[in-house]
Design a protein around this ligand. Sequence first.
Ligand SMILES: Nc1ncnc2c1ncn2[C@@H]1O[C@H](COP(=O)(O)OP(=O)(O)OP(=O)(O)O)[C@@H](O)[C@H]1O
Length: 356
Amino acid sequence: MAEITLENLAHSYLPRPARPEDFALKELNHVWQDGAAYALLGASGCGKSTLLNIISGLLIPSQGRILFDGQDVTTAPTAERNIAQVFQFPVVYDTMTVRDNLAFPLRNRGRPEAYVAERVNQIAAMIGMEHMLDRKARGLTADAKQKISLGRGMVRKDVNALLFDEPLTVIDPHMKWELRTQLKKLHHDFGHTMIYVTHDQTEALTFADKVVVMHDGRVVQIGTPEELFDRPAHTFVGYFIGSPGMNLLPAEVSGREARVPGGVTPLAAFYPALSGKVQLGVRPEHLRLSETEGLSVTIRRIEDVGRHRIVRAELEGHDLNIIAPEDQVIGAGMTRVVLDPARVNIYADDWRVDAA
Ligand SMILES: Nc1ncnc2c1ncn2[C@@H]1O[C@H](COP(=O)(O)OP(=O)(O)OP(=O)(O)O)[C@@H](O)[C@H]1O
């Protein structure tokens, strides 16, 4: 395994980039720790594949360096980087059997046949294809072929890193969950450095130790699932993570209070004077309906989603989502909402501000 360092890395697909918006990947410095499982999460077009392709060597960055265990590999071809990559769509040899497909990366490296057989059997069990080992890959479903690609990606223990680019897109929903669990177990057992690209927050949050959130070509936060939930560093993270995402309200902050549409709400700490676009962010989980306290809201709709209910409300023309426990009675008089001061975040020009 290797520690992967990105040093002043940036990429533009244009020949002479001049402005920040010319860069598909804006300048980035980051160390991917040896043996950690990362997810790279963001909406379509935010630069995830660009970053992954730079790490794998499919793309040479227009600026900066990439190091594997301190060694500069910025211009080294993919073959020299000793990584395994699994793509969105299956890459298998149709004329080979499942067994030979799985064995390919090991035989390619001249591993003894006894070792190849043992390792192929282990991986086949993991992806649930033991009974299919002697079948030709041709004619298998896309789902089965993608499992072979995943298996082949994981068969070597000696790779520097395992890169996954939306690998579960073609897998059916039930199998998705199972494969994700197996990937996590594999990570736990073998300690590969893994980078898993996805636009699906559930995939990212269940798979990774650390999630790297990208927005508009920029890494906006790197954190544990808890950190992303509790302290989103950027309003995009607040909005993108969670279901529904964080509520954002225009605010004027003064010391330990924030004036938001509909009134004033207390804050848990003292804030410095802020300029620019100031917003208060609070997750639907951290709002409580009340008859007597808090800000006056208009309830538009209540959606029952099983474990809890989502109350769609309005606060002086601003949408506000509130999560109410399943057993809470929402009476006609519950027209106020209380914000939990300890769970409120304050943003200036979309970036989270620390309390003084
Ligand atoms: N070969 C290319 N030439 C020019 N522009 C490109 C090229 N590849 C990607 N881009 C642009 O770079 C930006 C980032 O694209 P990238 O594919 O890295 O995003 P992504 O987050 O992986 O998106 P998706 O999930 O849709 O693949 C986009 O604006 C895209 O249009």
